[in-house]
Design a protein around this ligand. Structure first.
Ligand SMILES: N[C@@H](CCC(=O)N[C@@H](CS)C(=O)NCC(=O)O)C(=O)O
Length: 229
């Protein structure tokens, strides 16, 4: 039986752009588990009522319901210990650093590049909710958050330690990918889902890593519909 995964969707519900959901799409593929995704738009939270909270991703696996991407990754390693590990060799604590670093340092520069692209990607019925909640969060109008050139430069500056690391090894986890890679990759899949803006230069070690990530697990990420590269 396949794992059911509730996943944030745009107006075109083949576009899945949540960075947290992409972490889990990749994690499920890493574990070799079949998945059936259920698209959820912002105004369709009733679909999540069974989980007792309002955010995606949520998975249902053999009747077990788990929400929150980090809790899901832990659940998958605990439940499927004989399959490739998401936290190999006791790497969970350091992976937590990668998770928090992506969220605290990369999200905001990316918003400056792509916030209005998200607005253009989501369903018309989601736009009032999105504008209200995000303007509360950012303390300004969506349009005032935008500063694409500065955002792209800041995003690339933040990637400096990743860039250095990936000059010496193919994945953040080392010779093969693990959840640390998926935490960062989710950010790029979010960008690919919503924006045609190019974030990386071709000669960049991060660009080469992202290409390797696109190709993992039968190329599920490369095949996913999106508005960008
Ligand atoms: N800590 C949660 C965060 C999940 C989260 O923020 N999900 C966003 C999508 S990227 C969401 O469901 N947003 C719905 C909303 O803002 O109403 C995780 O790691 O799963």
């Amino acid at each position: 039986m396949s794992v059911e995964m509730f996943d944030l969707a745009g107006a075109d519900d083949t576009i899945r752009f949540s960075p947290y959901c992409w972490r889990i799409r990749m994690a499920l593929a890493h574990k070799g588990l079949d998945v059936t995704t259920v698209p959820v738009r912002f105004m369709e939270k009733t679909k999540l009522e069974f989980s007792g909270q309002k955010l995606v991703p949520v998975i249902r696996d053999n009747g077990k319901v788990v929400s929150d991407s980090w809790a899901i990754a832990e659940y998958l390693d605990q439940t499927y210990p004989d399959r490739p590990a998401l936290f190999p060799g006791g790497s969970q604590a350091l992976t937590s650093f990668v998770r928090n670093w992506t969220q605290t340092r990369l999200s905001m520069p990316l918003m400056r590049v792509a916030l209005m692209d998200i607005f253009g990607t989501i369903d018309a019925g989601d736009r009032d909710y999105f504008r209200t909640t995000r303007e509360q969060r950012f303390g300004k109008k969506l349009e005032e958050v935008m500063a694409p050139n500065e955002g792209r430069a800041a995003f690339n500056a933040e990637l400096a330690p990743v860039r250095e690391t990936l000059k010496d090894q193919p994945f953040l986890n080392g010779a093969s990918p693990a959840f640390a890679d998926y935490c960062l990759f989710g950010i790029f899949m979010f960008a690919r889902g919503v924006t045609p803006s190019q974030l990386l230069d071709e000669g960049d070690s991060v660009y080469a890593w992202r290409e390797r990530m696109f190709d993992l697990h039968g190329g599920i990420a490369r095949k996913a519909p999106g508005r960008g590269a």
